[in-house]
Write a protein that binds this ligand. Structure first.
Ligand code: SF4
Ligand code: SF4
Length: 321
């Protein structure tokens, strides 16, 4: 493996928001996180949001690029729907070239760019995409370029070993499709009566701490949101980089309501997460996947969906070109 550490080792502010818990004090953290969960539930209600504004806004200097939805593992509860809705959709190399040109032209200085998927090393032009990002880094040398990989299988390992040594690798070292520490991504809060009073503009800490997302469908407040839109077909991706003044509120409001990550809303240390050994899918997601598979079988793009009677694309996509 080329890089001995992932980017969190050199980004202490981000690492502090995702603490590792000492085993002798777990109960203290359990209490603290139970209180934090209660506060999250109150914080995202409409009255509190009207008073305090959204709890999280998308990052302006962290970016995650999902270059493919192809993967060689099909984990339960994958938050890109890679196993629930299998696809070989890739981001073309030409798009990456155009995005890099745009960032340089507009003076966009990313602090970190992470390359993900799906399994990014399976993109047929993976190494060329990384080289394009290194072209960007020649212009902005402080930018961290990092690949996030499942580290599974000989092809993936070969691609990781072929990376230049100054590209960081976050190897999650998965060994199979069962990931009991994952959350129930397909339990849409909008299907849960406890979220009746919720303002979905609150997003979650992923939009702030992992960064905004860039996918084959365009820019999103986070890469998970882009993965949701791949299934919903609402076309909420922005085709050019949104201005820093744009919170991408329409995409947040429309897509976070479907996202199981909205429930916790913040990073929960692995030791405190309940084990999840099944795939749990709520009503809206069942309908979305059925529509997606039907469209796929007929060779058409999935059409925009409604969720609980509300159109996912009820407003114009913010920032779309
Ligand atoms: S390895 Fe990652 S992208 Fe692939 S199915 Fe598992 S969670 Fe999803
Ligand atoms: S709730 Fe889901 S879609 Fe919304 S910001 Fe968090 S991870 Fe992204």
């Amino acid at each position: 493996m080329n890089a001995p550490q992932n980017s969190f080792a050199v980004m202490p502010d981000l690492a502090a928001r995702m603490p590792r818990i000492p085993p002798n004090r777990v109960w203290v953290w359990r209490v603290l996180y139970a209180l934090r969960a209660m506060w999250r539930h109150i914080r995202v209600t409409r009255p509190v949001t009207a008073l305090l504004g959204p709890q999280y806004r998308r990052s302006r200097d962290l970016l995650e690029i999902d270059i493919t939805y192809l993967c060689n593992l099909h984990c339960d509860n994958c938050n890109r729907s890679v196993s629930q809705a299998r696809d070989t959709m890739h981001m073309p190399l030409e798009s990456v070239v155009a995005f890099v040109d745009e960032w340089v032209r507009r003076g966009k200085r990313w602090r970190r760019i992470r390359v993900l998927g799906g399994e990014p090393t399976l993109h047929p032009e993976f190494q060329s995409i990384v080289r394009e990002l290194l072209r960007y880094r020649e212009w902005h040398p402080a930018c961290i370029v990092e690949v996030v990989s499942n580290g599974y299988g000989p092809r993936v390992i070969r691609e990781l070993e072929a990376l230049p040594p100054d590209v960081m690798v976050d190897n999650t070292a998965k060994t199979g499709p069962m990931q009991p520490h994952f959350g129930p991504f397909n339990l849409a809060p909008v299907d849960d009566p406890r979220y009746l009073l919720t303002d979905y503009r609150n997003a979650c800490s992923i939009a702030r701490d992992c960064g905004m997302g860039l996918t084959p469908m365009g820019y999103y407040p986070c890469a998970v949101a882009g993965g949701i839109d791949r299934i919903a077909g609402a076309g909420l991706g922005a085709l050019s980089l949104p201005d820093d003044g744009d919170d991408m509120t329409t995409a947040v409001e429309s897509l976070c309501r479907l996202c199981g990550r909205f429930r916790d809303g913040h990073f929960v240390p692995r030791v405190l997460r309940p084990r999840l050994e099944e795939e749990r899918v709520s009503r809206s997601w069942r309908a979305l996947y059925e529509r997606w598979h039907a469209a796929k079988a007929e060779g058409r793009q999935p059409v925009a969906m409604t969720v609980n009677g509300r159109p996912v694309d009820s407003a114009k996509p913010g920032g779309a070109a």
